[in-house]
Ligand binder design. Structure first.
Ligand code: 9WN
Length: 452
């Protein structure tokens, strides 16, 4: 156990930092690098903040929903008025779309669908008198979001949502996506740029590398390809239905769908609390997702993978996403045992500072590479939660304590070296601080099917 004094200090520091990153009703991920509001960041932030200020946590989620589109879509970014950025507001130009909010600029793609999970946690922390009304307020909005995901992104009722851009999966430059992006046909200007090394020019336009060493960020090549993909998606109004199969990268992303399965469960629990049944069609979608996740399982390697939505092939590159289905309780006991064994391999996913985003023995592993190796606190937090679903309580506890020690040693960094524990990326990163607060408070090892 950690000394109580140490816990207190870490928690106090986390709260101070979250206060600094606060922007009125919502919290930015980092003042320097990420001055806007991001979807899954705000969910993690709300989960941590709910531990000491549930009203503020409720406000954080309400702020996300002010950016909900009329078709139910929740954008992955809500732009802050007046904040400087690299022109990403111009990539999107959301107000051109009649369904987008009129009074805000947003992105036009989504991010991991965690709001139902966060809403339930925040509601549990609210005083009993506010709990039902908060859930009742969010319920129709959550319904609209989950319905949008299935209507617009699961066109063939496979049960799996297809993503149109890596920014949607949250693990932006994860090797499974970059593997397909590298094979994507490029426009002539990008081929020329690559030949003359002009990718470096893009660095002049980037905000992140003004604050953070280039080696710790997405490479210029990955960055340019992601930009090309966004431009192509824009040509087709960010509508999956309209996107040409040959020049797009469309993935049934494992991390996203695993988190969706967990969020669906939370939404079911909210509907039960409110005694307002979910529409039958949505319930059918939820059941299909549970079955379909199994199509992402590869028995020989004992891992889950993302799937190329165009060819139907699994993208067999090992990443941390393989553990996320455990969060929804869908894997069988036998599958869970294989995953838990895989997680503990010191030469793979359990080096000195677990859990690396890519196992350290994989050819794709990069110690400081953005989502290509470093340890991220939101992933550790989720995996600790997932392990408790399978009563792997002792391992969850070890992960919780290791994660707290890592942050105690290196500070509230955005991500960390899994080998040395050094902090990388943005310094005062909000979800690191918020989830540390939640980890400090979650020393109750009781597994519960209702945790979500
Ligand atoms: C693009 C804000 C976000 C996180 C993502 C992380 C990174 C953005 C970026 O930062 O993505 O959305 O500029 O690289 O990959 O998970 O939500 O913290």
């Amino acid at each position: 156990m950690m000394a109580p004094q140490l816990e207190k200090t870490l928690e106090e520091r986390a709260r101070v930092m979250l206060e600094r990153n606060r922007r009125g009703s919502w919290t930015c991920p980092s003042i320097t690098v990420y001055p806007h509001q991001w979807l899954w960041d705000s969910c993690f932030i709300a989960i941590g903040v709910a531990r000491y200020d549930p009203q503020r946590a409720a406000g954080e989620l309400r702020a996300l929903f002010r950016a909900q589109w009329a078709n139910g879509m929740l954008p992955h970014m809500v732009f802050a008025d007046g904040a400087k950025d690299i022109g990403s507001r111009r990539i999107w130009q959301s107000k051109k779309y009649p369904l987008a909010p009129r009074d805000l600029d947003t992105s036009c793609v989504t991010q991991p669908p965690l709001p139902a999970i966060a809403a339930r946690r925040v509601a549990r922390a609210l005083p009993a008198s506010d709990r039902q009304s908060f859930l009742a307020e969010l319920f129709p909005k959550l319904l609209a979001y989950h319905t949008w995901l299935y209507d617009e992104r699961d066109l063939h009722n496979s049960g799996l949502v297809t993503l149109i851009h890596p920014w949607e999966c949250g693990l932006d430059t994860t090797p499974s996506w970059m593997h397909l992006l590298r094979r994507m046909p490029l426009p002539w200007w990008l081929r020329t740029a690559a030949r003359f090394g002009l990718a470096r020019v893009v660095r002049l336009l980037r905000n992140d590398t003004r604050y953070i060493p280039v080696a710790e960020r997405a490479s210029d090549d990955d960055g340019l390809r992601m930009l090309v993909l966004a431009t192509r998606a824009k040509k087709h109004h960010f509508q999956l239905e309209q996107m040409p199969r040959h020049s797009s990268v469309l993935i049934e992303d494992l991390a996203f769908n695993a988190m969706l399965a967990a969020a669906n469960r939370s939404l079911e629990l909210i509907s039960r609390d409110l005694e307002r049944p979910l529409p039958t069609e949505l319930q059918e979608h939820f059941r299909r997702t549970e079955v379909a996740l199994e199509h992402l399982w590869d028995e020989p390697s004992g891992q889950y993978y993302s799937r190329n939505a165009v060819t139907g092939e699994l993208i067999k590159v090992p990443t941390i996403a393989t553990f996320l289905p455990l969060w929804s309780g869908i894997p069988t006991r036998a599958q869970a045992e294989r995953l838990i064994e895989l997680l503990q391999k010191p030469t793979g996913f359990w080096p000195h500072h677990p859990v690396p985003s890519v196992p350290i023995d994989a050819p794709e592993f990069r110690e400081a590479g953005y989502w290509k190796g470093p340890t991220w606190i939101n992933m550790n937090w989720t995996i600790a939660e997932a392990l408790r679903e399978y009563e792997a309580v002792e391992l969850a506890e070890r992960l919780r304590l290791r994660t707290l020690r890592l942050v105690e040693h290196a500070g509230f960094s955005e991500y960390f070296s899994p080998l040395t524990g050094d902090g990388y990326g943005a310094n005062d990163f909000s979800w690191t601080a918020a989830l540390v607060i939640d980890l400090l408070a979650s020393d109750d090892p009781t597994p519960s099917a209702n945790r979500l």
